[in-house]
Design a protein around this ligand. Structure first.
Ligand code: SF4
Length: 98
Protein backbone atom coordinates (compact mmCIF):
# COMPACT_ATOMS: atom_id res chain seq x y z
CA UNK A 1 0.00 0.00 0.00
CA UNK A 2 1.35 3.42 -0.83
CA UNK A 3 2.28 5.81 1.95
CA UNK A 4 -0.39 8.29 0.83
CA UNK A 5 -3.16 5.71 1.12
CA UNK A 6 -1.89 4.49 4.48
CA UNK A 7 -1.80 8.07 5.79
CA UNK A 8 -5.39 8.62 4.64
CA UNK A 9 -6.52 5.50 6.47
CA UNK A 10 -4.73 6.46 9.67
CA UNK A 11 -6.20 9.97 9.54
CA UNK A 12 -9.76 8.74 8.96
CA UNK A 13 -9.55 6.14 11.70
CA UNK A 14 -8.02 8.62 14.11
CA UNK A 15 -11.42 9.49 15.60
CA UNK A 16 -11.92 5.95 16.86
CA UNK A 17 -10.57 4.90 20.22
CA UNK A 18 -8.85 1.53 20.54
CA UNK A 19 -7.85 -0.06 23.85
CA UNK A 20 -5.02 -2.40 22.99
CA UNK A 21 -4.34 -5.45 25.11
CA UNK A 22 -0.56 -5.52 24.85
CA UNK A 23 -0.41 -8.84 26.66
CA UNK A 24 -2.61 -10.80 24.30
CA UNK A 25 -3.41 -10.59 20.63
CA UNK A 26 -6.92 -11.50 19.53
CA UNK A 27 -5.72 -12.46 16.06
CA UNK A 28 -2.99 -15.03 15.53
CA UNK A 29 -1.44 -15.25 12.10
CA UNK A 30 0.87 -17.72 10.42
CA UNK A 31 3.99 -15.57 10.07
CA UNK A 32 5.63 -18.17 7.87
CA UNK A 33 2.80 -18.27 5.39
CA UNK A 34 4.01 -17.44 1.90
CA UNK A 35 1.33 -17.10 -0.71
CA UNK A 36 1.28 -13.96 -2.77
CA UNK A 37 -2.37 -14.16 -3.81
CA UNK A 38 -3.68 -14.69 -0.28
CA UNK A 39 -1.43 -11.99 1.12
CA UNK A 40 -2.43 -9.41 -1.48
CA UNK A 41 -6.08 -10.23 -0.84
CA UNK A 42 -5.89 -9.45 2.86
CA UNK A 43 -3.61 -6.42 2.37
CA UNK A 44 -6.22 -4.87 0.09
CA UNK A 45 -9.23 -5.89 2.17
CA UNK A 46 -8.26 -4.95 5.73
CA UNK A 47 -9.96 -1.56 6.29
CA UNK A 48 -7.39 -0.60 8.91
CA UNK A 49 -4.40 -1.44 6.66
CA UNK A 50 -2.87 -3.72 9.29
CA UNK A 51 -1.48 -6.31 6.90
CA UNK A 52 1.62 -5.77 4.85
CA UNK A 53 4.33 -7.76 3.09
CA UNK A 54 7.95 -7.79 4.26
CA UNK A 55 10.99 -7.89 2.00
CA UNK A 56 10.92 -11.70 1.97
CA UNK A 57 7.31 -11.95 0.84
CA UNK A 58 6.03 -12.96 4.28
CA UNK A 59 3.11 -11.41 6.07
CA UNK A 60 3.65 -8.50 8.46
CA UNK A 61 0.78 -7.78 10.84
CA UNK A 62 0.02 -5.48 13.76
CA UNK A 63 -3.24 -6.13 15.61
CA UNK A 64 -3.16 -2.82 17.51
CA UNK A 65 -5.51 -0.92 15.19
CA UNK A 66 -7.98 -3.70 14.50
CA UNK A 67 -11.59 -2.67 13.84
CA UNK A 68 -12.92 -6.19 14.60
CA UNK A 69 -14.68 -6.43 11.25
CA UNK A 70 -13.68 -10.06 10.70
CA UNK A 71 -12.80 -9.58 7.04
CA UNK A 72 -9.37 -11.21 7.38
CA UNK A 73 -10.93 -14.22 9.09
CA UNK A 74 -13.49 -14.67 6.32
CA UNK A 75 -10.93 -14.23 3.53
CA UNK A 76 -7.92 -16.03 4.98
CA UNK A 77 -9.22 -18.06 7.92
CA UNK A 78 -7.76 -21.23 6.46
CA UNK A 79 -4.42 -19.78 5.41
CA UNK A 80 -2.88 -16.67 6.96
CA UNK A 81 -5.23 -16.23 9.94
CA UNK A 82 -4.73 -19.12 12.36
CA UNK A 83 -6.96 -17.82 15.14
CA UNK A 84 -9.46 -14.99 15.39
CA UNK A 85 -11.39 -13.86 18.46
CA UNK A 86 -12.87 -10.63 19.67
CA UNK A 87 -10.64 -8.80 22.17
CA UNK A 88 -11.19 -9.51 25.84
CA UNK A 89 -13.74 -7.41 27.71
CA UNK A 90 -12.78 -3.73 28.11
CA UNK A 91 -10.35 -3.96 25.17
CA UNK A 92 -10.90 -3.29 21.50
CA UNK A 93 -12.37 -0.59 19.31
CA UNK A 94 -14.80 2.12 20.32
CA UNK A 95 -16.26 3.74 17.22
CA UNK A 96 -16.77 7.48 17.22
CA UNK A 97 -18.52 9.44 14.55
CA UNK A 98 -17.10 12.92 15.07
S1 SF4 B 1 -10.63 -7.93 11.73
FE1 SF4 B 1 -10.79 -6.36 10.09
S2 SF4 B 1 -9.65 -4.60 10.85
FE2 SF4 B 1 -9.06 -6.35 12.11
S3 SF4 B 1 -7.20 -7.13 11.13
FE3 SF4 B 1 -8.95 -8.29 10.28
S4 SF4 B 1 -9.55 -7.19 8.43
FE4 SF4 B 1 -8.23 -5.82 9.62
Amino acid sequence: MSKVKKFDVIQKLGVDKIAVNEGSTHIVIDKDYVGEQELQKVIKACPAALYDEDEFGSVRFDFAGCLECGTCRVLCGKTIVKQWNYPESSFGVEFRYG
